[in-house]
Design a protein around this ligand. Structure first.
Ligand code: R5P
Length: 248
């Protein structure tokens, strides 16, 4: 198999995350192209070592992949509480705050990550930023009255210390994109979003807003994969830890 450089980086991060999994773990499985590598490599290891794992997917896509790969899939309510969630991100900052939802799975991702003892993000280096906000912030909203909700989101952004205030309805070809939860997504084009917690709280106060893609104080670590197959772990409580282990 010949991979392009970004896929090598994503795969390296995913492989390092698979090494964190222990027999008996209850795991949250993220969504997206990086999380897809994690599910694939996790299934290989679980099969090879006969690991007893219970997995809670964060989207229909991930559920289908995990089931097809032979992993035991249950709902979050069946699992109750999780040991570890591994997921990708669209951006992460030095405080390990995240923007997520580029793939539309932010609501289930946030619920699952919050119901976990530990959330580890896997990412290539391009997602690392000094200030969140270059990636458009996804906000999941109810379909009922969505134009009104979008207008209130824009008004709220006007009142906040952010740059750029345009919200656009996410489309899937000619139709609005519908999430796994039956909602719409608006993408807020901000450039710089100021205080992440303050913005998340303000947006969550709007009645039609279901959830935002801002993950504040949720991630414990980020594993960055590089294009040479090495990885680096960033944690808030540890010194940075360089890992030279590549993969074949
Ligand atoms: O809704 C999608 C998720 O938040 C993804 O984790 C995020 O978009 C990153 O995806 P990818 O690994 O494909 O860049």
């Amino acid at each position: 198999m010949s991979l392009d450089r970004k896929e090598i980086a994503k795969r390296a991060a995913a492989a390092a995350a698979v090494a964190l999994v222990e027999d008996g773990h209850r795991l949250g499985l993220g969504t997206g192209s990086t999380a897809k590598w994690f599910v694939e490599l996790l299934a290989e290891r679980a099969k090879a070592e006969g690991l007893d794992l219970v997995c809670v997917p964060t989207s229909l896509r991930t559920a289908r992949q995990a089931q097809a790969a032979g992993l035991k899939v249950v709902t979050l309510d069946e699992a109750g509480w999780l040991d570890l969630t591994i997921d990708g991100a669209d951006e992460f900052d030095p405080d390990l705050n995240l923007i997520k939802g580029g793939g539309g799975a932010l609501l289930q991702e946030k619920i699952v990550a919050t119901a976990s003892d530990r959330m580890v993000v896997i990412s290539d280096a391009s997602k690392q930023v000094e200030h969140l906000g270059v990636f458009p912030l996804p906000v999941e909203i109810a379909t009922f009255g969505w134009e009104t909700t979008k207008a209130i989101v824009e008004e709220t952004l006007e009142d906040m210390d952010v740059e750029g205030k345009i919200a656009t309805l996410r489309m899937d070809k000619d139709e609005p994109y519908i999430t796994d939860n039956g909602n719409f997504i608006i993408d807020c084009h901000l450039r710089r979003l100021g205080d992440a917690e303050e913005l998340a709280l303000a947006l969550n106060m709007i009645p039609g807003v279901v959830e935002t893609g801002l993950f504040v104080d949720i991630a414990d670590s980020v594993i960055i994969g590089y294009e040479d197959g090495t990885t680096e772990i960033l944690s808030l409580d540890d010194e940075d830890d360089e890992d030279e282990a590549g993969f074949d």
